[in-house]
Every structure is written in C-alpha cells, then in structure tokens.
Design a protein around this ligand. Structure first.
Ligand code: ADP
Ligand code: MG
Length: 698
C-alpha cells in the first residue's frame, strides 16, 4: 500500500473528490460556494452533506464524530459522540444530522476564558468551518470548528483568524480594484508553517521530572559536545529517526497534510518538518494536527517529541517559521515581483504596505509570539531578537530607496530603468537569506521567524492580516478618487512617503548583534524583551483601535485574551518553580548529601588505614559540595518565599512582572549552583539523566 502515495494521500479526508462523488450535484455546488466564502450554508444542504459525511466516515471505520476546536491553550480539544441512535426496539441506527454537523454545544466552563466565563453562561458552542476539510482519525470523524461562548464571544484561536482573513480579503480586493486589477474577486492568505522539534529517548525522558512537568530542562550541566561541531544540521538521518520521519509523513499524507521537507536541525536531537503552503486556516489546522501526530508517533517509536521552545540550555531552541503570502483568485501571488514594470506597481504597493503594517504594529507581532517558553529563545542569538524588523535584501531595498529619493516625476524613467536593471539580479538573489531577521522577504513571500515551536500559527497571522488590512484600507482611501492619469504619480508619492515614514523598520544587517539593539533604540523601535513587557502593549489605545475597528475582537474578547496570556505566563513560571523546588529537595539535595557522605566515609577509612594519607580530592569535593548544598538550600528557600509572594499580588500584570524579574531570576541562580554540583558528581549518583544522555542516546 505504501508504494502508492497519490492513492494514500488524503484517504482520510472528506475532500473535494469525495464530495463530488457522494453529494447530489446541486448540494455539491452549494457547498463549494460556501467553501469559497460566497454564501451561507442552508440547513437542507447541511443535512445532505451530513448524510454523505456520515456514510463516508462509517465506510472508513468511524463510529463517532467530534467537533474539533482550538481553545486558548495551544492544543486542540474534542468531545466524541457516537453516530448511534436507539430506535426504541433495542436496535440502533447510525445517525448524523445537518444540525449536528453545523453546531455543537460543549460545556465551555473548563476552558480558558479570561473572565468571559464569569459574565456569560458556561455553555459554549462550536460552529463548523466548512473551509477546512473534515477528516477521520482514530475511528472518529473530525469536524473543524470555531468555538464561542453562548453569547458569541470567541473563546478560540480560529474565530479571530477567520475574521482577520475576511477583513484582509476585503481590503486587498478593494485596493486591487482601485489599482486597476478589476478581475480579482477574492484573495487567499497562504501559510507554510515550518515546524522544529526535538526527539529524545522515552526511557531517558521518563527520569526527567522537569521535562515531564514543564517541557523543558530546569537543570543540566552542558554535555561535552553541543552543537559547536555544526555536524547535525542537514546531517544524515539515524535509522530510528528516519523510521519515525517516514511514519510521520505517511500519517500526515493520509490526512491530506502536504508534508514536504524533513531534515536534521542545528542542535543535536533537533529536527524540522516543512509542509507545502495552504490557505491560512487550513494551514493552522494542519499544523495543530502535525504537532499532535508528531507526539503520538514519537511515543510509538519509544521516543518523546519535545515541542517546547527551549528544552535545553546552551543549544538552540525550536521555532516555527510562518511563511506568509497573498494570492488572488486569478492566480497571482501579490508578493511576486514579476518581470515587467507594470506588474511592479502593484507589487511595490503591497510591499510598502507590509513595511508600514509591520512598523505600525510591530508590538502586536511581538505579542503574538509572547510566551514564557519563547522568552528563552528570542534574543538568545539563535532566534531573532525581540525587536521586530524587516529584511528586504539589498537589491529590493535599493529599488525602494531610489523611488523614495526620486521625488521628481520627470526622473521616473530613470527609476524604471533602475528597477529593470536590478530586478533580474534581485530575482536570482532571493536565496540570500538573512537568518537573523524576524521578518524576512524571501522572494515571493514573507517569513516571520519569531514564532515559538509549541504555539498555534493562528496568532501572528491574526495581527499580520489585520495590520495589513488597515494599511491597505488607508492606501485605498488615498488612491480611490485619484483620476486615472494621475494614478502613477500618486502611487509613486505614496511609496515615497511610506518609505520616508517607515524605513526605520527595515534592517538588512545582523540582528544578533548588540549594535542592532542600540541602533533599534535610536530608531525608536520596540524591544519588548519579556512576555509581561510585551503584553502591557496589547491593550494600548492604538492596538485596541485596530482590533476593535476591524471587528477581530470585541473589547471584552480583547481583555479576556490579555488576561489569558498573563495567566498562562504566571502559571507556567509557577509550575516551573514548583518543579524545581521538588527536584532539588526530593532528589538533588539527597543525592549530594549521599555522595558527600560516601566521600567522608572514604576519607576517614583511608585515614584509619594510612594515617598520613593525603585527602586533597575528598576534602576539596566535600567542601565544594557542601557549599553547593548550602547555596541550593538557601536558593530554594528564597524561591519558595518569592513564589508565594508572587501569588499574593492582585494585579496580574504586576504579578507577571514579578514572576519574570524575581521568581525566574531565583531559578536561574539555583540552576547555576545545581549545574556546578552536577559536574562534580559521578553519573551513577545523579538523580536524573544528564544532557549527554538526553541529547545523544538516539
Ligand atoms: P526554507 O525557509 O527552509 O529555506 P523555503 O523558503 O523554500 O524553505 O520554504 C519554506 C516554506 O515556505 C514552505 O513551507 C513553503 O511551502 C512555504 N511557501 C512557499 N511559497 C509560499 C507562499 N506563496 N505562501 C506561503 N508560504 C509559502
Ligand atoms: Mg524558513
């Protein structure tokens, strides 16, 4: 079976081919229209689709269906209902109605709601997203849905994403019409989400409480070997990894997830998977599924897949590159520079729109990737800094600069020539990647590289889409009443002004240097180093205005998200602190004491045999370990007190800042003592496996 990939591909997806086969022609047509965002689905159509879906699902072994949704937790949620329906005579039929397809009513009270729950009923509802295909997994029919409170407030990641896609669609289409591109009826936002991950041996993992409880190691002296030899990136795949990756591809392909590229990443035990891009909401759903299947399959292969942003200190953490572009229903990629100057006008307008959008809402983009886990990565010289800037490459930058400087229209020809001269070269040069940039133009798309590996791809795209929609609307308002003969001139002025006002966000140099941090400060760019710093900006007037005006969030939804993110941050640090306290008190200190005792006994035994024996190593080790013991003991006492103090702070932003500046700092101090002591102890005496075992046992 495995040899015929085209046959296997999407075999568990209720895809277009199956729909066409299973549905009456008029029903199929109506559903297609809904999928293309053109019409609302009527109940009789939904009934007809439900019957076909159920038949197909049962044929493929399904007994249950579930409304699958994405609450504010980064993982998905599902509640399974069987198709079974008693007929009253001890028999059952397998039943599934249009109503059940379109709407579900799960209890919303146990999902993060950031206060919405208190004011609204606990009941929530899930609504079918017909633009993301249903699929079968584990004998259940999965229906992708949005998740709202009973009064309609979004409680999930999908709802704002769909709203942002729609606002950007409308804005882009209207502007394209003003620019003379009148055939376009719809634009799609395309996303390719490259996913990094670690694989560690399950038996080794089982003995690390920190990995089990928090997803990252809170201790661990560096292994003799790290990533300094640069021998892992693109290195050949070990058989166990290769077998895992093969199984993973097969599972993903069956679910219609276009997994394309796989390779070893920079750090030992680190890998990457890149899919072919898809429409934003489908790509987001597929990335959620990919993460889930990565974990499930790792377990089968006696490994554990770590999706935390920074599982190990001293080597690279994991991110997720969000490749983002816009495509028209006429098949045009709006970020494709094209070959002729006529096409360039449109390209350049959309390009400078991105520059303005990212500059105006750099803080929102930073917020969209903010989490306790990702804080360890950003600015750590392994991922972009916390400063949002755009990399355009020298050639493209030169084109925009030459337009900016050319304020006089009579020099237009020269500029056009300049564009013509530079463009072919530029096209060749797009492989030149500046990996240090958080937001890079890569030929015909942008690549946003700040996102953490465990996060949903939805968030950055919500803000990116909305900021872009706002900018395109502003451009359209400016251009829509310009007479045709003046349009070129006005567009040129628009590009010039946008460059003059927003050029500061463009940076083509090395983003990992301290010089850039200084330079960015001079330019007035945000450098929101930690999650609490970033979240403070979330509810600024500027950001509120954007998100409310574009109806991405109601004010209540906005504040609920702010609350959820703060709570999530605090809970994460608190959990890490508790785990550290437990590991030091219950495991590490007893191990240090036991080994010190052994050394002391050895020393006194030696002395009883050879009274003038030298005991330099015992004495020195005992001294160092005793010091470490004292420091660890004191450190833990301080951590306990500070962790408790953090809980007493009523204001959540203040509390989050306290966790960040005090509790996290305590943990860093403790780690230094523990790792120093670990290095002095024999492997057999350690209560948990070393970095060496974790990183090199596969
Ligand atoms: P890398 O960044 O690893 O060098 P590429 O830039 O070739 O690799 O591709 C990375 C990702 O970009 C892939 O997931 C690919 O599908 C995606 N991608 C390519 N074109 C587009 C596009 N037009 N819109 C969104 N994503 C795209
Ligand atoms: Mg990439």
């Amino acid at each position: 079976m495995e040899s015929n990939i085209p046959e296997i591909y999407g075999c568990y997806v209720f895809n277009d081919k199956i729909m066409r086969n299973k549905l009456p022609k008029d029903v199929y047509k109506a559903l297609r229209k809904t999928i293309q965002n053109e019409t609302h689905l009527q109940l009789d159509i939904a009934n007809s689709v439900a019957v076909a879906m159920k038949e197909w699902a049962i044929e493929n072994g399904a007994t249950h269906y579930t409304h699958w949704f994405q609450p504010m937790t980064n993982v998905t949620a599902e509640k399974h209902d069987s198709f079974v329906c008693p007929t009253g005579d001890g028999q059952v039929i397998m039943d599934f109605s249009g109503k059940e397809l379109v709407k579900g009513e799960p209890d919303a009270s146990s999902f993060p709601s950031g206060g919405l729950r208190a004011t609204f009923e606990a009941r929530g509802y899930t609504a079918w997203d017909p633009t993301s295909p249903a699929f079968i997994k584990d004998k259940t029919l999965y229906i992708p849905t949005a998740f709202c409170s009973y009064s309609g407030e979004a409680l999930d990641k999908k709802t704002p994403l769909l709203r942002s896609m729609e606002t950007l669609n409308r804005a882009a289409v209207k502007l394209l019409h003003v620019l003379g591109n009148k055939d376009v009826k719809h634009i799609s936002i395309t996303i390719g989400a490259e996913q990094e991950y670690f694989l560690v041996d399950k038996d080794v993992y089982q003995n690390r409480k920190d990995l089990k409880y928090t997803g990252r190691t809170l201790f661990g002296a560096p292994a003799p070997k790290g990533q300094e030899m640069e021998d892992h990136y693109f290195g050949n795949l070990k058989p166990r990894i290769a077998a895992y990756m093969h199984d993973l591809d097969m599972e993903l392909w069956k679910l219609g997830i276009p997994s394309k590229t796989k390779h070893n990443e920079a750090a030992p035990a680190q890998h990457e998977l890149a899919p072919v891009f898809e429409t934003a909401n489908v790509a987001v759903d597929h990335n959620q599924l990919t993460m889930e299947i990565m974990k499930k399959l790792a377990d089968k292969h006696n490994m554990v897949c770590l999706l935390h942003e920074k599982p190990f200190e001293g080597i690279n953490g994991s991110g997720k590159h969000d490749n983002w572009s816009l495509t028209t229903d006429t098949g045009e990629n709006l970020f494709d520079p094209g070959k002729t100057p006529a096409e360039n006008t449109q390209f350049l307008v959309f390009l400078v729109a991105v520059i303005k959008a990212v500059d105006d809402y750099a803080d929102l983009l930073r917020i969209s990737v903010a989490s306790a886990g990702n804080d360890h990565r950003l600015g750590g010289h392994e991922a972009p800094p916390a400063i949002v800037s755009i990399y355009l490459g020298d050639d493209l930058y030169r084109i925009l600069r030459s337009i900016q400087k050319d304020r006089e229209i009579n020099q237009q020809d020269e500029v056009e020539m300049d564009i013509a001269k530079v463009l072919p070269h530029f096209l060749q040069d797009t492989t030149d990647r500046n990996r240090t940039s958080p937001f890079a133009f890569t030929g015909n798309k942008f690549e946003f590289r700040m996102l953490g590996s465990s996060a949903s791809v939805a968030d950055p795209n919500v803000y990116l889409n909305t900021a872009m929609a706002e900018t395109l609307n502003q451009f359209r308002e400016r251009l829509e009443n310009v007479p045709e003969e003046e349009m070129e001139t006005e567009i040129r002025k628009l590009i010039q002004e946008t460059m003059a006002n927003h050029r500061r966000v463009i940076f083509n140099g090395n983003g990992y240097t301290d010089e850039w941090v200084e330079e960015a400060a001079k330019r007035g760019l945000f450098n929101l180093v930690s999650t609490p710093d970033a979240l403070e900006q979330f509810i600024s007037e500027k950001n509120k205005k954007l998100l409310l005006e574009h109806k991405i969030f109601t004010e209540q939804e906005l504040y609920s998200r702010y609350e959820i993110m703060l709570e999530n941050y605090m809970k994460t640090i608190n959990l890490e602190a508790n785990t550290m306290i437990e590991m030091i008190q219950k495991d590490f200190l007893p191990a240090v004491v036991a080994y010190t005792k052994e050394l002391a006994e050895t020393a006194s035994l030696k002395k009883s045999v050879v009274p003038d024996v030298t005991l330099v190593s015992e004495e020195s080790l005992i001294k160092k370990l005793s010091e470490a013991q004292t420091n660890l003991y004191n450190g833990i006492e301080k951590l306990k007190a500070d962790n408790l103090a953090a809980k007493q702070i009523a204001n959540h932003l203040e509390a989050a800042k306290y966790y960040q500046s005090v509790v996290l700092k305590d943990m860093e101090d403790i780690r230094i003592f523990a790792d120093e002591a670990e290095a002095l102890m024999p492997e057999a005496k350690l209560p948990y496996p070393t970095y060496g075992e974790l990183l090199f046992s596969i």
